[in-house]
Ligand binder design. Structure first.
Ligand code: KIV
Length: 261
């Protein structure tokens, strides 16, 4: 069944947990979609886990649209959400709506995500009025890493609750809660009508999201406390690579079965 904004709302109302992960290419997106994930976010974490940069700030519209189109091509049922890059929505509202629209028109996404609370509500509202479903993202917002002084857990309960209510009132269909103490995330989840998707925000959120490369152990990068590693793909890949190199060096590969006679 195709995930839609209303099916997500229904899941919250019925107390069924929502699953979400990031993906950046066709091969992984196929696996996620076939396993039944509800939301695939083409996150600007792309900059860190795919492009090898130290934060997400340099990701461009063209880069993320390219990756979003690969993911969208793979999906039959998952909702594909394109992450709006830094400075693609913070300027004029016209430009923000135009950039958001490109995710749906050019890349085949069904929604966009953007970071921020009260400050980005005019943009959320303008996009929603243009018929573009918007997922908000509050708490630890990586695009503000320099303003926050690092990737830090956010603990200002009053501000977080206000941001959450503001983005809901502005027309967001869902909100990502990142790097927030569990009791605050629980309070926000109980207060809002729209579903909350947590990352480092405890178990009470309506759904959970992780960065695919972190949870599958694809990169050997530092993992924050909230990441559970469900597989060690880097370890498996290294074993395969080492065997290939050794067999080629020793003349064992290709053996008979891999030859044309
Ligand atoms: O860019 C990203 O992957 C994200 C998620 C971690 C929520 O914003």
């Amino acid at each position: 069944m195709q995930t839609t904004t209303s099916s997500l709302m229904k899941m919250k109302q019925e107390g069924r947990k929502i699953t979400a992960l990031t993906a950046y290419d066709y091969a992984f997106a196929c696996m996620l979609d076939q396993e039944g994930i509800e939301i695939i976010l083409v996150g600007d974490s792309l900059g860190m886990v795919v492009q090898g940069k130290k934060n997400t700030l340099a990701v461009t519209m063209d880069e993320i649209l390219y990756h979003t189109s690969m993911v969208a091509r793979a999906c039959q049922s998952a909702m594909v959400v394109g992450d709006m890059p830094f400075m693609s929505y913070q300027g004029s509202l016209d430009r923000a709506v135009e950039n958001a629209g490109r995710f749906l028109k050019e890349a085949g996404a069904s929604a966009v995500k953007l970071e921020g609370g009260a400050d980005v509500c005019p943009a959320i509202n303008a996009m929603a009025r243009a018929g573009i479903p918007v997922q908000a993202h509050i708490g630890l917002t990586p695009q503000s890493v320099h303003q926050m002084g690092g990737f830090k857990v956010q603990r200002d309960e009053e501000r977080l609750l206000k941001d959450a209510k503001d983005v809901e009132n502005a027309g967001a269909f869902s909100v990502v809660l990142e790097g927030i103490p569990s009791p605050i995330a629980e309070k926000i989840t109980k207060t809002l009508k729209i579903p909350t998707i947590g990352i480092g925000a405890g178990p009470a959120c309506d759904g959970q999201i992780l960065v695919l490369h972190d949870m599958l152990g694809i990169n050997d990068r530092f993992l924050p406390k909230f990441v559970k590693k469900y597989a060690d793909l880097a370890g498996e890949a290294r074993k395969g690579l080492a065997s290939y190199i050794e067999e080629v060096k020793q003349g064992k590969f290709p053996s008979d079965e891999y030859e044309y006679k």
